[in-house]
Design a binder for this molecule. Structure first.
Ligand SMILES: [Zn+2]
Length: 92
């Protein structure tokens, strides 16, 4: 069986748009936000997960990291608002 290919830019964008440019776990994001959003495979590609939209969801980079480093609990990740503001203020 062929390995699932990487998502194209168009496929990725379609998922972000479907999820309203918000992390489906913690709700951060939005068009005016600087939160980095990524598209996550619910069943990983390495485990044969497909690129079907049903297997894809939008996560912010923080929730995505939590998931991939084994800290994923399925619960909402609580943000320290000050920390987030500080992050958003970077790079100006
Ligand atoms: Zn998140």
């Amino acid at each position: 069986m062929a390995k699932t290919p990487r998502l194209s830019r168009e496929e990725r964008y379609a998922i972000l748009e479907r999820d309203g440019f918000h992390c489906v776990n913690c709700g951060s994001g939005g068009k005016t936000s600087r939160v980095i959003l990524e598209v996550d495979h619910i069943i990983p590609r390495s485990a044969g997960g497909s690129n079907h939209p049903n297997n894809l969801r939008t996560l912010c980079v923080i929730c995505h990291d939590h998931r991939h480093y084994g800290a994923w609990t399925g619960r909402k990740v609580m943000f320290d608002e000050d920390f987030r503001r500080q992050r958003e203020g970077e790079g100006e």
